[in-house]
Design a binder for this molecule. Structure first.
Ligand code: S3P
Length: 747
């Protein structure tokens, strides 16, 4: 067999490739391999004289024949590219020939049927057989449609079997790579099931719709009135009929399963149209729109090349500059999450304005859509939630994926512990490392059934139908997420549920419950709630997030000559630690236009540059500035003297270990920063340029962008994709006021 290591894109290293079937796929493969120059001779075989006649002048093959034995003689690789049902006949003939050490592979779109045919023909599966399927095509068919670049940036799925030779697999993989394809291995059964749903079913629907419409109008006049929607939906109905007939016969069972699901859902839609059930229609359409938009994002990121990976995004921040202007940062993340949760559980329609369209709050929104809540938007920060009432959530179709968002997972855990149905909560790599025992433990004490992975990490498996009992809980850590989780569980628990916090934490849940008309008693550090009341829909105006504003407060403070106004910022007293700390450091911060919107205080904040000085950060400010420390450390690095933070061990279990990651980053820029168990000691001084790793933590990435204002060289910040979780549009907004940060997407 061919030495795979000698394969390169320019040197011919396989002697002969035989392509059986010179249609669109076989022809494109042959043409691409020929052009890549990795093969001494490409032989084509096709029974159709026209295909044979065209193949040579079109540059698809070097030689063409209608004789299978002649085509495969001395071939190193044989590619079967005939319709799935014709495969049987070809294979039967191949089995009678001596194939030597030739690697056999195919492009059939249903792998089960092809593998069965191979087994029948050869009496067993030859180890040199590699089943494959390129996910590429066109509504055009025939050798005349063959394109050497058809597979570039497309996925090719190989479904190797237990006895498949590794070398054969490697060779086939490398041939596809020569064509620019992205090769992925998958178990055979999974392949057939997935393709039935995502490819075969849509083709069936397109064929069927066009046929139904064509039958209505004698001379196809009806299509004169069809526009883009029809064209987009039915493009694939012009695909090769024989090939598709074979696909449906070969993948019958998997297709039937998908078709049954679809038929069921279509009947529901029919009933909804008939019964003028606007809510059901809107529910299906909003969910589908969100899913389709997600798919578009995947396509845009070329996830066909990189399936489940987030594209690496790095920032580059150039040194110097000052910050001027008047801006409004995006909506408050904590309030946005809660608006979806309480709006969904309310009776009536809740209108939200200023909603944060970041990935975290969108994860919460999607979770509620998955549980049957009809939510319109977001569109320019407007969201309309058609509340289902406290008992109206439905079992989601699968695990709820919460991305990077700890708030979503912890708050939902409480709310879902009180439902009748089971749920599984999962998240990304960072969230999967974060402690969930802090909510699972007290929830279990209330009677909830929750399983976590080792060490109390996600995923969380919540068994529904448990009878929750209220309790009086003294929180060991000052955490608004734990407090909120238990209060939400309390909506479903017998008796009363009280939570006492060791230090004040953000009280958005308590305020918003009141806003929805739900009684909650707050006495000092203790909040108490009882089940049995209802939430009434209301209007919510989400203020700008003080945690996002914090980056600009520090930016304007440290960059000489700055004067910046931040509009409509939430200044809830449980969130204003950053203002208090900056003022204590000598910051020039002025609040104006103070007012209350929907139960939350807001103000415009003007910040002018100031000479900051190092301080001992008062411990009572820690929970009030818990998310703002990364950027406050940057302020400390620019201050004169030493800043000491204590009592902030919680920072070690945020989206990253924020003490260590900030200390590493600051040190990389030449700042003296010494991490301690529960805080950090920073000596102000010059900031150099350099490389820092944000460890996928949005706030770290933005903090170092701000540091550039006082740096002496470029700061390269890696792994910044998660800035989109809390601050979509950060780069644009930062640049608009004078921070010279830009995006550098790397492969
Ligand atoms: C949040 C509470 C805080 C905060 C997080 C949002 C909330 O977490 O860090 O970003 O919305 O309740 P802890 O409760 O873990 O301190």
């Amino acid at each position: 067999m061919v030495d795979v290591n000698s394969l390169s894109s320019s040197v011919p290293t396989i002697g002969r490739l035989a392509v059986i079937g010179l249609g669109l796929i076989g022809g494109s493969f042959a043409k691409g391999i020929r052009q890549a120059g990795v093969c001494a001779e490409v032989v084509g075989c096709d029974p159709d004289p026209m295909a044979r006649r065209l193949a040579l002048p079109l540059g698809v093959v070097d030689r063409v024949t209608d004789n299978l034995a002649e085509a495969v003689r001395d071939a190193d690789v044989i590619l079967l590219a005939v319709p799935v049902l014709a495969m049987e006949k070809v294979l039967a003939e191949l089995a009678t020939l001596s194939l030597g050490q030739a690697v056999l592979t195919d492009v059939g779109s249903t792998k089960g049927a092809v593998v069965k045919a191979v087994e029948q023909a050869f009496g067993q599966i030859p180890p040199l057989f590699v089943p494959g399927h390129p996910i590429a095509g066109s509504e055009k068919s025939g050798v005349e449609a063959a394109r050497a670049e058809l597979f570039r940036r497309h996925k090719v799925i190989l479904t190797p079997l237990e006895n498949t030779s590794e070398q054969a697999l490697e060779l086939v993989t490398r041939l596809w790579h020569c064509l620019g394809a992205d090769v992925e291995a998958m178990p055979l059964a999974d392949h057939d099931e997935v393709l039935a749903a995502t490819s075969h079913l849509p083709h069936l629907l397109a064929f069927s719709l066009v046929d139904t419409l064509a039958a209505r109008s004698e001379n196809l006049e009806i299509f004169r009135y069809a526009a883009g929607g029809f064209r987009d939906f039915t493009r694939i109905a012009a695909s090769d009929p024989v090939m598709w007939r074979d696909v449906f016969l070969a993948n019958r069972d998997a297709v039937l399963r998908s078709l049954d699901d679809f038929t069921r859902d279509l009947s529901r839609l029919r009933e909804a149209v008939e019964g003028r059930d606007a809510n059901t229609l809107l529910g299906v359409f909003t969910r589908a729109k969100a899913a389709r938009e997600h798919f578009s994002t995947i396509l845009a990121r070329r996830a066909y090349m990189e399936p489940m990976q987030t594209q690496a995004i790095n920032f580059i921040a150039q040194p110097g500059g000052r910050v001027n202007g008047s801006i409004r940062v995006p909506g408050d993340k904590s309030i946005s999450h809660r608006s979806i949760m309480l709006g969904s559980l309310a009776e009536g329609v809740t209108e939200v304005e200023g909603f944060l369209e970041g990935e975290d709050s969108l994860a919460t929104l999607q979770a509620f859509r998955d549980m049957g809540v009809v939510i319109e938007g977001p569109h320019h920060g407007r969201v309309t939630i058609n509340g289902v009432g406290l008992q109206g959530l439905q079992a989601p179709p699968g695990p709820l994926y919460l991305g990077n968002s700890g708030t979503s997972m912890r708050l939902l855990a409480g709310l879902l512990a009180g439902q009748e149905f089971d749920t599984v909560l999962t998240g990304d790599a960072s969230l999967s490392k974060r402690p969930m025992g802090r909510v699972a433990k007290p929830l279990r004490e209330m009677g909830a059934q929750i399983e976590t992975a080792a060490d109390g990490r996600p995923p969380l498996r919540i068994t529904g139908g448990s009878k929750l009992m209220g309790m009086d809980y003294q929180m060991p850590v000052a955490s608004a997420q734990v407090k909120s989780c238990l209060l939400l569980a309390g909506l479903y628990a017998g008796g009363s549920t009280s939570v006492t916090e060791p230090a004040p934490t953000r009280d958005h849940t308590e305020r918003m419950l009141k806003g929805f008309g739900y009684p909650i008693k707050v006495e000092g550090a203790k909040a108490t709630i009882e089940a049995g009341h209802k939430l009434t829909a209301c209007k919510i105006d989400v203020p700008a997030d003080i945690s996002s504003a914090a980056f600009f407060m520090v930016a304007a403070s440290i960059a000489e000559g700055s004067d910046l106004t931040l509009e409509h910022v939430g200044i809830n007293p449980t969130r204003v630690g950053v203002i208090n700390i900056l003022k204590a450091m000598g910051g020039d911060i002025e609040l104006s236009n103070e007012r209350e919107v929907g139960g939350e205080p807001v103000a415009d904040i003007r910040i002018r540059s100031a000479k900051l000085k190092g301080i001992d950060i008062p411990i009572d400010q820690v929970p009030l500035a818990i998310d703002e420390f990364p950027v406050l450390f940057v302020a400390a690095a620019c201050a004169q003297g030493r800043t000491v933070l204590r009592g902030a061990e919680e920072l070690r279990v945020k989206e990253s270990d924020r003490i260590q990651v900030m200390a590493d980053g600051l040190q990389a820029l030449g700042v003296r920063a010494e991490p301690t168990a529960d805080g950090i000691i920073i000596d102000g001084g010059p900031i150099g340029g350099g490389k820092v790793d944000s460890h996928g933590d949005h706030r770290i990435a933005m903090s170092f962008s701000v540091a550039s204002l006082r740096a002496t060289g470029d700061i390269q910040i890696s792994d910044c994709a998660n800035v989109a979780t809390s601050f979509p549009g950060f780069i644009e907004l930062a640049r608009s006021v004078g921070i010279q940060v830009s995006l550098e997407a790397s492969a």
